[in-house]
Design a protein around this ligand. Structure first.
Ligand code: PAF
Length: 287
């Protein structure tokens, strides 16, 4: 695996890989876990070569979010990626990504608003801006993201459509199903912040979500099912629920009743020092 930190060597390395066939990109911020490695394995099924980026993007951290505390483990991450047969690791320096004078911002209206966008103003602008740059730097045929960050995926797809991106095109931006622990908790770097008691209690989140989905799919009133969802999460040991909403899976429109289009139940809730997010599919009603 080759590792590059600046743009010129990246471009030559990607050009060489492209000569051998399609290239996939897996953008990450490092601190890799099984969820990321699943993206890498899936990437291999769609392309001849796999490029992984690791960049802790300052633009997507809010003023009250601790950018400096974000785990940086490049050596460990490199070993994991090497073990997965990744071809190229793009680990730009902050100066390579945002040279002096950098002044641009991509804001994607609509899908960025509400949900995590409400609690983290500017976060999705930072994500859209860095992902657009990563796409232009690597020019992959396909890019893969975890479905765990469903709103992020919707923002990135919207941006690719709106800006007529071709490498990758919007339909080559693939979402990969959330990887879960044995008890159903979605894998996340944030699970590491949980003590044993909170970790055990955290299973209340996916459990309450599955029960809300079963209720909605069998015709329960949606506001009632969402109120019960929140109550069950808090009764399970969470401190609070930031949101628990039913939304259109693609345009993220808020839904108060079951739709005939694909839907998603999205939740963010706080437990101990962590804010956990999760989302699951809800089957559409028959037209
Ligand atoms: O999901 C992430 O790790 C980040 O938001 C991403 C997509 C790599 C952009 O920095």
């Amino acid at each position: 695996m080759q590792t590059v930190h600046t743009l010129d060597p990246l471009r030559s390395a990607v050009e060489q890989l492209r000569g051998a066939g399609p290239v996939a990109l897996v953008p990450t911020m490092g601190a890799l876990h099984e969820g990321h490695l699943t993206l890498v394995r899936e990437a291999r099924r769609h392309a001849r070569s796999v490029v992984v980026s690791i960049f802790v993007n300052p633009l997507q951290f809010g003023v009250n979010e601790d950018l400096d505390a974000y785990p940086r483990q490049l050596e460990r991450d490199s070993r994991l990626l090497e073990g997965e047969g990744v071809d190229l690791l793009w680990a730009p320096t902050v100066e390579a990504m945002y040279p002096a004078g950098f002044a641009s911002n991509i804001a994607v209206a609509g899908v960025s608003e509400g949900l995590c966008g409400a609690a983290r103003p500017g976060h999705f602008d930072g994500v859209a801006t860095v992902v657009c740059k990563l796409f232009n730097q690597v020019m992959p045929d396909v890019a893969l993201f975890g479905e765990k960050d469903w709103q992020q995926l919707a923002v990135i797809r919207r941006m690719a459509r709106d800006l007529d991106l071709t490498r990758p095109a919007a339909d080559a931006i693939l979402g990969v199903e959330t990887v879960r622990e044995a008890d159903g908790l979605a894998m996340s770097s944030r699970n590491a912040y949980l003590g044993a008691q909170d970790r055990a209690a955290a299973v209340a989140l996916p459990r309450a979500m599955r029960s809300a989905i079963a209720a909605i799919e069998s015709g329960a009133d949606v506001p009632w099912a969402l109120a019960r969802l929140e109550a069950e999460i808090v009764a399970g040991g969470f401190l609070s629920v930031d949101y628990g909403q039913l939304r259109d899976a693609d345009n993220l429109e808020v839904l108060g009743t079951r739709s005939t289009r694909p839907m998603r139940l999205l939740v963010a809730a706080r437990i101990g020092p962590a804010r956990l997010i999760d989302n699951m599919a809800v089957a559409p009603a028959r037209p």
